[in-house]
Write a protein that binds this ligand. Structure first.
Ligand SMILES: *Cc1c(COP(=O)(O)O)cnc(C)c1O
Length: 232
């Protein structure tokens, strides 16, 4: 697989902390160009496949927002790290099975992958049972791609209505634009849809397109490989 520009840039810097500082500087520049407030953009370090030893330098450097895509992997890694760094904010960015909803609500501070009615029901039940309310983002299949997760754009109004009826507060929308196409139009579409529904937060932008996302209104960018290196 050819290396992306983001990965080549990442590999030119030798440590995760150096890459982190460089990514933050790029975010700051994009924020400034867009005339936005730096406090309105949160960098989520996506640490999936990386172990505690790879993550700890960033925690020691002061970073607190992390993302994982599997509940079980997060359960294995994070409780010990959170004992040492109690103010970590942990975000689930991967697909969530309904039977894992309770585990997810127990562990995560935010869930970015709410995408279907059965999951609304499962999360509402888990919140009630555990008395915990992670921040919720609905994942939107913004390019209407057959193989991609996320709620179809056409089904979104119903899902939002159902979530609100179940007592779930929807903080934001999340998307992963089609690979190999220009991301900006998809980010702009997600922003418009969120705006139409009175939803404030936008989880969009990854290693290759986080600056574009910031310029298009992202409040949360999810950066993995440009920070930790290529995943095997
Ligand atoms: C892995 C992952 C990311 C990070 O991807 P990179 O391209 O490595 O930055 C972001 N969002 C989701 C949903 C992911 O699964």
């Amino acid at each position: 697989m050819p290396k992306t520009k983001a990965l080549r840039d990442a590999q030119a810097l030798s440590t995760t902390v150096e890459r982190y500082d460089a990514i933050n500087a790029r975010i700051a520049k994009a924020v400034k160009t867009a005339g936005r407030n730096p406090d309105d953009v949160t960098l989520i370090a996506i640490s999936k496949t990386y172990d505690a030893d790879a993550i700890r330098p960033l925690l020691e450097h002061g970073h607190r927002y992390f993302g994982e895509n599997r509940v079980q992997e997060a359960q294995e890694k994070w409780p010990a790290l959170c004992e040492q760094f109690s103010d970590v904010s942990l975000h689930l960015v991967g697909q969530l099975q309904s039977n894992k909803a309770e585990d997810a609500v127990a562990l995560f501070d935010a869930i970015h992958s709410l995408d279907r009615p059965s999951l609304v029901t499962a999360i509402a039940k888990a919140q009630e049972k555990l008395g915990r309310k992670p921040e919720l983002f609905i994942q939107v299949n913004i390019g209407d791609e057959a193989q991609k997760g996320g709620c179809a754009v056409a089904d979104l109004p119903n899902l939002i209505a159902q979530a609100r009826e179940a007592g779930l507060e929807i903080s934001g929308l999340m998307c992963i634009p089609p690979a190999d196409l220009e991301a900006a139009p998809y980010f702009a579409l997600l922003r418009k849809i969120a705006n139409d529904h009175g939803i404030k937060k936008l989880s969009m932008g990854m290693s290759d397109d986080f600056e574009t996302a910031v310029q298009t209104g992202a409040t949360h960018v999810r950066v993995g490989s440009a920070l930790f290196g290529a995943r095997s």
